[in-house]
Design a binder for this molecule. Sequence first.
Ligand code: NAP
Length: 211
Amino acid sequence: MNIGIIGAGHIGSTAAKLFVDAGHKVAIANSRGPETLDKLVEELGDNATASTIEDAIAFGDVIFISIPFGRIQELPVNGFDGKIVIDSNNYYPDRDGNFPELDSGETTSSELLERHLGGARIVKAFNTIWFEHLRTQGNKDLALENRRAIFIAGDDTEAKGVVAKLIEEIGFAAVDTGFLGEGGRSQQPGTPVYNQELTARAAAAVVGRQL
Ligand SMILES: NC(=O)c1ccc[n+]([C@@H]2O[C@H](COP(=O)([O-])OP(=O)(O)OC[C@H]3O[C@@H](n4cnc5c(N)ncnc54)[C@H](OP(=O)(O)O)[C@@H]3O)[C@@H](O)[C@H]2O)c1
């Protein structure tokens, strides 16, 4: 699969390495331009290229977005129609500035991203796991129920299936929290699942869902 990655920091670069190691191709972009990513793509190997944001969007069957939430308005609005987009972002007001509609609970960060990216099939995932755990805790030798959980939320069942498969290919197990709005809300910072080292079996019990 071709995966476009926007954001080449802690989470974006860690996910890129895991996806490449699982046999996928990645095009990775940051805000400063592909020429600043030479060292990273050299480390990632032949299946990775440094890219502009627009080229990463065009390249990806799946687009993985991992940037500070406060900067999502800088992302292009075109090119996402029909694409599966993984939203790994979190809203931290101290870093991102205040968004009154999030502070009031009126909506969620994933729904604001969805509003910005016209036609994208958003799956909120990878936002609850610290990048060091993402780098080290995947284990394909374990049965799914005993693997570390990565939570997914979204309105598009097929898109969630694609993301769940990617999660399994890198040694974790997907636990579905439901639709993008309320499911996504249950994965946000401060919730009982955020940054918790849960097996999929334990995680499913916490969120009251089936594996
Ligand atoms: N750190 C974690 O363990 C962790 C875990 C789960 C979720 N998250 C969430 O994932 C997101 C990324 O976190 P991180 O820790 O990986 O951040 P980070 O290390 O600070 O990296 C952020 C990346 O986003 C890029 N970026 C910023 N604005 C951009 C824009 N407008 N267009 C394209 N790229 C842009 C930056 O590029 P430049 O350097 O070129 O500006 C950088 O590559 C955040 O929302 C965070 O809350 C983080």
